[in-house]
Design a protein around this ligand. Structure first.
Ligand code: HPA
Ligand code: MG
Length: 220
């Protein structure tokens, strides 16, 4: 029976946040974020544990770990590093092929509804028989991931799992819950650790809630 997500996902409570003055925020973003939801160190600690869990759940058959660009890049990179460390510790071997797919669906803080996926038909066909682990930054409404999974459906993968660093608690959710989740976050537009608002804020280490000033300044 599938577990109730609240039993295994750490929830960042709606009212909880860290004081902006207590962590280093680059000067260029001082006015553009309103609170810190997850400091960088905490993100890293959680990824270390996710890496341990993920590596323990795969046999030693090659897996293709696929980064969903651009937002998933930082999580993907840190997750792979921690997976290698975890495998070393477990004395286990798990060959990994690294892959990348570009998916775009957001403009400002809204989903455009138009999900663009960069895989060509040839690349999709090459996934046949593979164990694919998709690595994503955030599941918000879940519509982007649903579209991606629907696209993959007919290509006869051997296995397909999804790891997302964040899962947003939003009433707009389509109900999709990934196999591995770092944190559940409040229904706010979040940036940092490679999550963006119109490609801005990827260079911020902590995961923060964007401020109205930031939204206005960087809107397109
Ligand atoms: N932040 C950044 N990117 C996103 C979000 C978010 O809250 N939701 C969907 N894509
Ligand atoms: Mg994005």
């Amino acid at each position: 029976m599938p577990m109730n997500p609240s039993q295994w996902i750490d929830v960042v409570e709606d009212k909880f946040n860290y004081n902006l003055d207590h962590f280093v925020i680059p000067d260029h973003y001082q006015d553009d974020v309103k609170s810190i939801l997850i400091p960088h160190g905490l993100i890293m600690d959680r990824i270390a544990k996710l890496a341990q869990i993920i590596t323990s759940e795969y046999d030693n058959e090659r897996i293709t770990v696929c980064c969903v660009l651009k937002g998933g890049h930082q999580f993907f990179s840190d997750l792979i590093n921690y997976m290698k460390k975890a495998l070393n510790k477990q004395g286990k071997t798990l060959p990994m092929t690294l892959d990348f797919v570009r998916v775009k669906s957001y403009e400002n803080d809204q989903s455009t509804g138009d999900v663009r996926i960069s895989w060509t038909e040839k690349e999709l066909k090459e996934l046949k028989g593979k164990n694919l682990l998709l690595v994503e930054d955030i599941i918000d409404t879940g519509n982007t991931m649903k579209k991606l999974l629907a696209t993959l459906e007919k290509y006869e993968l051997k296995s397909l799992k999804v790891a997302s660093l964040l899962l947003k608690k939003t009433p707009l959710s389509c109900g999709y819950v990934p196999d591995y989740v770092g944190f559940a976050v409040p229904d706010l537009f979040v940036v940092g650790y490679c999550l963006d608002y119109n490609d801005i804020f990827r260079d911020l280490d902590h995961i923060c809630a964007i401020s109205d000033v930031g939204k206005e300044k960087y809107s397109v």
